[in-house]
Design a protein. Structure first.
Length: 95
């Protein structure tokens, strides 16, 4: 079980760092009117585990903070991820 937990922590760390920087890159490109990263890709990165990185990226880079699907969607995805983590922790530790 420890190996699975270690792999999960590594995965979540990597996907959140990537997501954070992708949000920063998209903000950089937006300021310079360059080719942009599709919103669906930004949301997908959050959905597959990068919700913390997306939330931090939105706040640090001040990016997508006025778009409703990001303003409400990213915190919702983050809450779902937290709920799943708590559920899995509960199942592993107390069953």
């Amino acid at each position: 079980m420890t190996q699975i937990l270690t792999l999960a922590i590594i995965y979540l760390t990597v996907i959140n760092v990537i997501t954070f920087f992708v949000y920063g890159i998209d903000k950089f490109k937006a300021k310079r009117a360059k080719w942009r990263i599709p919103e669906a890709s930004l949301l997908l990165l959050a959905f597959i585990g990068g919700s913390i990185g997306a939330w931090l990226g939105m706040n640090v880079w001040h990016h997508k903070t006025l778009h409703k699907k990001f303003k409400y969607g990213i915190p919702l995805i983050l809450l779902v991820h937290i709920a799943v983590a708590v559920f899995l922790y509960w199942k592993v530790c107390f069953n």
